[in-house]
Design a protein around this ligand. Structure first.
Ligand SMILES: Cc1cc2nc3c(=O)[nH]c(=O)nc-3n(C[C@H](O)[C@H](O)[C@H](O)COP(=O)(O)OP(=O)(O)OC[C@H]3O[C@@H](n4cnc5c(N)ncnc54)[C@H](O)[C@@H]3O)c2cc1C
Length: 441
């Protein structure tokens, strides 16, 4: 057993009714069918692996990228499309205590750089990903959370050098964000996009730059050492001087051995409505294209998309079986009905779920794998990887090239520790989620 969740979670079941799949029409990448050599082999074709492949190929490295399914099959092709600040799950003050004020500041600047990088990748590679929303709005789900948002406004301004907008209940209504919210805070950084169009656009750009991309190619083992790694796949092996592991929540415990116990897959789920008419939007008071999320620990995230469909997502879920996935579909619909009661009768034909990934240290990782010269890994974006995974992919490429043009903060390059519990580590989510649920009441 090389994986920590039920086999259902690693198949097409959880993503069979994903809306994004209907918005793209791309030919699958062929499986690797022979032995090959490369400068750099990349395992995993999400934003981390694709961004690394693109940056390395642009620097004239011979790159082979292998994905067990297809590029964009994992979280990168099924997320909520919030290209926003984030990546760590640690309070800023706590991070400053852990690594010092200057390093913590460098980390938060990197969060902003990450969004700029996505913007630049979209425009320089002509990726049309249905972009909308000016920044993101956090909505207070209880009265007292509005006071927390008042404090957060100052923190956001200090950390990111931007001026957020504090919004009363009335302001929200006037801006088309009506509902049972007690005010909000708009952070004017980031935007929403179609995540699958972005992932496939990156894959196309990497291929055009010279990267060799293979789907249906699971890497079952990595052997060898510095300068001569060998990646085993069903129909061929890759020999490479350097290796980048970019498997995030979908990783195996043994690819490579070092990663076992260091990543925690956790679920996030999404439903999407049919297109809502303007009258239906008005009936609920939500007409804004602003991407938004609430102040809960197990948060809800939502946005009205350019085609009038409403996307509604939610964190949480403890089991990963088919039955548990169906239970989650019912639960998310109940929360949607409660928060947007005028849309109770609106059909939500799309539902899917997937893995985000946590690290024990609660910060993302992009750096060398200790004790394995020439091997690097990037993972653990804590549910905020659209921008941060793209950025970490670029950092991994720079590390493999021996360059440092971007910011490489310590918070990102320090290798994460192992979770206790080994392959049973997800049991720790039960008390954690219970505590979150109590805190959210
Ligand atoms: C439902 C959901 C909603 C989300 N919403 C948002 C959001 O709105 N905003 C945001 O910023 N983030 C969001 N995220 C998180 C974000 O999608 C991820 O952080 C990001 O996509 C991670 O990218 P990645 O490339 O590291 O991993 P992934 O995209 O998960 O890619 C990993 C790839 O590795 C491959 N793989 C694994 N093992 C092997 C192997 N042994 N051999 C070959 N290939 C292998 C898998 O097939 C997979 O394609 C969400 C995630 C989910 C699941």
């Amino acid at each position: 057993m090389t994986r920590v969740c039920d086999s259902f979670a690693y198949g097409d079941g959880p993503v069979g009714a994903c809306f994004w799949n209907e918005t793209v029409d791309a030919a699958p990448y062929a499986a690797l069918a022979e032995d090959v050599s490369a400068d750099v082999a990349i395992v995993g074709g999400g934003y981390t692996g694709l961004s690394a492949a693109l940056h390395l190929a642009k620097a004239d490295r011979d790159v082979v990228l292998l994905d067990e399914q297809q590029p964009g099959w994992g979280a990168s092709g099924r997320n909520g499309g919030f290209c926003c600040l984030g990546g760590s799950h640690m309070e800023p003050a706590m991070l400053a205590r852990r690594i010092g004020q200057a390093e913590a500041e460098a980390y938060f600047r990197a969060e902003r750089d990450a969004i700029l990088l996505v913007e630049q990748l979209l425009s320089s590679h002509a990726i049309n990903a249905d972009r909308h929303s000016n920044g993101e709005t956090v909505l207070a789900h209880r009265k007292r959370d509005f006071h927390t948002l008042e404090k957060k406004a100052q923190e956001v301004s200090d950390l990111y050098g931007v001026s957020p907008d504090l919004l009363s209940k009335n302001d929200l209504r006037n801006q088309g964000m009506g509902g049972a919210f007690h005010g909000g805070l708009t952070i004017p950084v980031g935007f929403a996009l179609n995540p699958k169009k972005y992932a496939l656009g990156l894959a196309r750009a990497a291929q055009e730059a010279g990267a060799h991309i293979h789907g249906r190619t699971p890497v079952s083992a990595i052997s060898g050492q510095t300068g001569q790694y060998r990646l085993q796949t069903p129909r061929g092996a890759v020999k490479a001087r350097q290796v980048i592991i970019a498997t995030n929540g979908y990783g195996r415990e043994t690819v490579p051995e070092w990663i076992g116990g260091r990543f925690m897959p956790a679920q996030s789920s999404v439903i999407v409505t049919r297109p809502l008419s303007f009258e239906e939007q008005q009936a609920q008071g939500w007409t804004s294209g602003q991407m938004a999320y609430d102040t809960r620990s197990l948060l809800h995230y939502f946005r009205l998309m350019p085609d009038g469909r409403f996307l509604f997502g939610m964190r949480g879920g403890l089991r990963t079986t088919r039955a548990a996935d169906q239970d989650m579909r019912r639960l998310i619909r109940l929360d949607f009905n409660r928060m947007f009661p005028a849309w109770r009768g609106i059909d939500t034909p799309y539902y899917w779920s997937g893995f985000v990934c946590f690290a024990r240290d609660l910060t993302p990782f992009a750096g060398p794998v200790p004790g394995q010269d020439g091997m690097f890994a990037g993972f653990a974006y804590h549910g905020n990887g659209v921008a941060m995974a793209s950025y970490c992919g670029a950092l991994l490429a720079e590390q493999a090239l021996g360059r440092r043009d971007l910011r490489h903060p310590k918070a990102i390059t320090t290798p994460p520790g192992r979770f206790p519990g080994g392959r049973f580590r997800r049991l720790a989510l039960w008390p954690a989620y219970l505590a979150y649920a109590m805190r959210d009441l």
